[in-house]
Ligand binder design. Structure first.
Ligand SMILES: Nc1ncnc2c1ncn2[C@@H]1O[C@H](COP(=O)(O)OP(=O)(O)OP(=O)(O)O)[C@@H](O)[C@H]1O
Ligand SMILES: [Mg+2]
Length: 543
């Protein structure tokens, strides 16, 4: 077969296939263009979920008359001129593809005015043909109208969902972008009905008003405003506490230098910070802004630009993980009866149950009738039970067993290899102040030098654990020097449950131990084990 150069409109349509999936993707590209143009205000009119039309008007820098046709051509951009620019991207767009792609699969009109002297000019593109540049009335700024998406690609149009579904997607894109640029004022109408009117939010108060409109008022009552920085890296935003979670991970917004991202590394760091603090099936809420030097991240990784590549991925991961974890540990780390701060409105363990019909745990699971099914993500152990499916959260089980063990007097078991850790002087002093209490609990932890601590022994009846991880977990908990013994028991039990090597545990043995710990489980409101009967499973599957 011979090789042929693709006609330009076909190449555009192929490019559109990568980024223009539905009206919401058109909206994202148009909003990003307006933001890149320095708009302060954007008016958005959408018809029939965006399938019929999307019109966006901004007061940005506009496009010169002689550049209008170029703006609709592929690989034409004002945001990137050289290879060096590609590694220092400061704008949301840079591929010079979006308008050409949209114009190849819809009816597009672009009108722009850069200065009163030049006047306003417009150009249209329908599928593969673009018209003449003609004078049009328009104030300073740009309007882009996109109608009849996929009118010339019936196969793609067939994949569009109902007006309602497409509108939900559009709204989601709008909400994400609205929280990416607080200084921008936005008006959003659907079928001529006002949906959002967001004034510019230049101070924290108005920013929180905008967040409340998008995340709901209760979010801020259960969120911490955070801000952390180190050389070249900053993380700020609002972090939802574990007392307020959702059954879906839909209110989790993350931005990198003003760009909304759905990046695996960043998500992993956040997920890890929340690990073991949430019931299975519950998801936290957060709006987080990561800022770093654009030369240290590659955003040219994926056509939709949702994924990025950090040059120092480990550093970024740890920076996010450690800071978020320390906030969550401080605010959620203690059960209600040990709560250090008066402002907490909900008890630590008040998280909603993942499944309302969960049975009372512990009692009546004689283990001989169980058939092990295996491990799930090294976290849950599953077994067939006479009633249905038994699920054991192994870390929670260890937490409870260690907690109960610590309530009794315990001896220390010396470590074969003591572990040393460098800390700040203040941290070493806090640990020194707690050494006596730790000793009573069987943890031989002491200062080695003004900036070093040493762990020599751990409680004898703890399950086998990684001593270095235990020490890291304890230090991450940022121990206050005046913690009481009961508070330390909780912290130590929790830290040790994170440090156990889950694979080396015997789940059936854990289950038999849990049977004697119903009282402690109720006191702490922990349910490490549930059994779903067959009717409950059928309901979940049918949901
Ligand atoms: N609302 C706007 N205001 C001013 N200029 C605009 C606007 N929209 C588009 N442009 C101009 O048109 C050019 C092409 O836009 P297009 O979205 O196709 O590419 P891009 O934004 O450069 O890159 P990407 O394909 O990554 O979005 C832009 O580089 C910009 O110069
Ligand atoms: Mg663009």
């Amino acid at each position: 077969m011979r090789i042929k150069q693709l006609p330009i409109h076909l190449a555009n349509q192929i490019a559109a296939g990568e980024v223009i999936e539905r009206p919401a993707s058109v909206l994202k590209e148009l909003l990003e263009n307006s933001i890149d143009a320095g708009a302060k205000h954007i008016d958005l009119d959408v018809e029939k979920g965006g399938i019929k039309g999307i019109r966006i008007t901004d007061d940005g820098c506009g496009i010169a008359r002689e550049d209008l046709a170029l703006a609709l051509s592929p690989h034409a951009t004002s945001k990137l001129y050289s290879q060096e620019d590609l590694f220092n991207i400061q704008t949301l767009g840079f591929r010079g593809e979006a308008l050409a792609s949209i114009g190849s699969v819809a009816r597009l009109q672009l009108i722009s005015c850069q200065s009163a002297e030049q006047g306003a000019w417009g150009i249209s593109m329908t599928g593969h043909s673009s018209g003449e540049v003609v004078p049009m009335p328009h104030p300073l700024g740009t309007t882009v109208s996109v109608e009849d998406l996929f009118f010339n690609l019936p196969a793609r149009r067939k994949f569009l969902r109902s007006e309602k579904t497409e509108f939900i997607q559009l709204e989601e894109t709008f909400r994400r972008i609205a929280l990416s640029h607080f200084a921008l004022s936005l008006v959003f109408k659907h079928n001529q009905r006002l949906i959002y009117q967001l004034p510019a939010a230049l101070d924290k108060l108005t920013q929180e008003k905008r967040i409340a409109k998008i995340f709901g008022k209760s979010f801020l009552q259960h969120a911490m405003q955070i801000e952390f920085a180190m050389t070249g890296l900053k993380l700020w935003g609002w972090l939802g506490l574990t007392s307020h979670t959702r059954s879906q991970a839909d209110l989790q917004y993350v931005y990198l230098n003003g760009r909304m991202i759905k990046d695996k590394l960043v998500n992993h760091a956040i997920r890890q910070a929340y690990e073991n603090k949430l019931y299975p099936g519950r998801y936290p809420l957060f709006v987080l802004y990561l800022e770093l030097d654009p030369t240290t991240v590659d955003v040219n990784v994926h056509p939709t630009k949702h994924e990025v590549r950090f040059h120092e991925s480990r550093l970024v991961h740890d920076f996010i993980y450690r800071n978020l974890k320390s906030v969550l540990t401080q605010h959620d780390g203690l059960p209600q009866n040990m709560t250090p701060s008066a402002e907490r409105s909900e008890p630590y363990m008040s998280m909603p149950q993942p499944i309302s019909q969960i049975k009372e745990p512990m009692a009546a699971y004689q283990s001989s009738s169980m058939m092990p099914l295996g491990w799930l993500h090294d976290k849950y152990w599953l077994a067939q039970h006479a009633d249905g499916l038994l699920m054991l959260d192994v870390q929670q089980a260890v937490l409870l067993i260690h907690y109960a063990a610590l309530l009794n007097k315990i001896n220390a078991k010396p470590l074969l290899m003591p572990v040393v850790k460098n800390l700040s002087e203040a941290q070493v002093q806090s640990i020194e102040a707690l050494a006596e209490t730790f000793h009573v609990l069987g943890l031989q932890l002491a200062s080695l030098s003004p900036k070093q601590i040493i762990l020599r022994g751990i409680p004898a009846n703890f399950y086998r654990l990684d001593a270095a991880s235990l020490l890291n977990e304890l230090c991450a908990a940022e121990l206050a020097p005046n913690l009481s013994q009961s508070e330390l028991i909780w912290v130590l039990a929790k830290a040790s449950s994170h440090a156990v090597n889950v694979n080396q545990l015997e789940p059936q043995q854990l289950i038999s131990k849990l049977e004697d710990l119903s009282a402690q489980a109720t006191e702490l409101n922990i349910k490490p084990m549930v059994v779903l009967n067959l009717q409950e499973l059928a309901k979940i599957i049918a949901r």
